[in-house]
Write a protein that binds this ligand. Structure first.
Ligand SMILES: [Zn+2]
Length: 250
């Protein structure tokens, strides 16, 4: 048995939520039949509106084919994803959190700090996600794949941010993240022409505003923004909080 080179999370964060949910539905309903593998990839009959013959490569879930309408136009379809899911999970029951849809970023609303180990793990997860937010160098035909990578980076960051407890410690992590995103957009060669990454940065700022409302000491983490001299104005709401804080003291 050959396991694919991609993981469940690669699928969950790598493709749009609607296609992923439909693929999970097909998998759970047992619609992936006659599964077989040839050492390079996987084949199956996936029962959608009709039975479709599907093939997916073991090293990339978006390489393969399907006899459905989308597949015949070389587009990634839910049948290919359902088969990729099967190649990973082999029919076992998937836990709800493994296939939970990726929500918009929000504030956890719980006060607290991370332990040393949690802090380290969180920073590592952020670094992994940030690798997907990379500079664009390829020809125009790979532009869509590139945009998918930016979306994947933001989808991966969302749950990391949303589960953080609220404190000055975790506000510092988010401020660092905001500065990194800004510098990638400003000088890192990221082509965010559809606004995915910028939109995420704005949401991140709203989470930080919420952090401040729940614990005023978070404002100390915002001070770093003054030196960072960011270029996109994402941080304006936070600078305003900083200014007002200083005024109260003065
Ligand atoms: Zn298909």
């Amino acid at each position: 048995m050959n396991n694919p080179r991609y993981t469940l999370d690669d699928l969950r964060f790598g493709i749009d939520g609607q296609t992923f949910e439909k693929a999970v539905g097909l998998y759970k309903a047992g619609k992936v039949a006659e599964f077989s593998e040839d050492g390079i990839g996987y084949s199956a009959m996936v029962i959608g509106t009709h039975p479709y013959k599907v093939y997916v490569h073991g090293s990339a879930y978006d390489r393969g084919m399907c006899t459905c309408y989308l597949g015949e136009r070389d587009e990634l379809c839910k049948h290919m994803i359902a088969l990729a899911l099967y190649a990973i999970a082999r029919g076992r029951t998937l836990a709800p959190e493994e296939v939970a849809s990726v929500e918009d970023v929000s504030c956890s609303g719980v006060l607290g700090e991370l332990s040393k180990a949690e802090l380290k793990a969180t920073k590592a997860e952020i670094t992994t996600a940030m690798r997907k937010i990379k500079s664009y160098a390829g020809p125009s035909r790979t532009w869509f794949a590139y945009q998918d990578s930016l979306s994947e980076g933001c989808r991966r960051l969302s749950p990391i941010v949303s589960r953080l407890p609220v404190s000055k410690q975790t506000a510092t992590i988010l401020i660092d993240l905001l500065i990194r995103i800004d510098s990638k957009l400003a000088t890192g060669g990221v082509d965010d022409s559809d606004g995915t990454v910028g939109g995420f940065a704005f949401e991140l700022v709203q989470v930080l505003v919420e952090f401040f409302k729940q614990d005023h000491r978070c404002v100390e983490a915002f001070e770093r923004l003054v030196k960072a001299d960011m270029g996109f104005g994402f941080e304006d709401d936070l600078i305003r909080i900083l200014d007002e804080g200083f005024n109260e003291e003065g």
